[in-house]
Design a protein around this ligand. Structure first.
Ligand SMILES: [Zn+2]
Length: 146
């Protein structure tokens, strides 16, 4: 349902491979799983690009075994959203849905809403250049978000 190719915004992006309907499931984030304990024991600095954190503290690293969903770029005006769901055997998983009808060939975006421990210290590292009218200038979660 999605394909990866060069993005005008940033690096490689994920694009709709066919027309998609609002609310349609477009894919699941795949990759190597780390439990919260394994994740804490690993140095992630080199690999943050493809890392997705779950609410139980576990992590999916799509650098290994990932699919095209790992190329979803950030936008402050996203057209997709990520939902954390409980999958088979009770394991948490990340599933992506279209927020509106999408045409084949449109680039797909998520709002990353990143959380970091010291946002003030992060400086320009998470600067956003998505170009949306409501761009908030950062990949970090809005101030005051839970
Ligand atoms: Zn932006």
């Amino acid at each position: 349902m999605i394909e990866a190719r060069n993005s005008p915004i940033h690096g490689i992006g994920a694009f709709a491979a066919k027309d998609l309907k609002a609310g349609q499931r477009i894919g699941q984030y795949e990759g190597r799983r780390y439990t919260a304990r394994q994740a804490a024991a690993r140095d992630w600095d080199h690999a943050l690009t493809y890392v997705f954190g779950l609410s139980d503290g576990s992590i999916i690293d799509a650098a290994e075994g990932g699919n095209p969903t790992r190329h979803l770029n950030h936008s402050c005006a996203p057209n997709c959203e990520a939902q954390e769901e409980t999958g088979p055997r009770g394991r948490l998983q990340i599933v992506f849905y279209a927020l509106r009808d999408l045409k084949a060939g449109e680039e797909l975006f998520l709002d990353y809403c990143l959380m970091v421990e010291e946002p003030q210290a992060a400086g320009d590292h998470y600067r956003c250049v998505c170009g949306a009218a409501q761009c908030r200038g950062t990949l970090l979660a809005p101030q005051g978000a839970a």
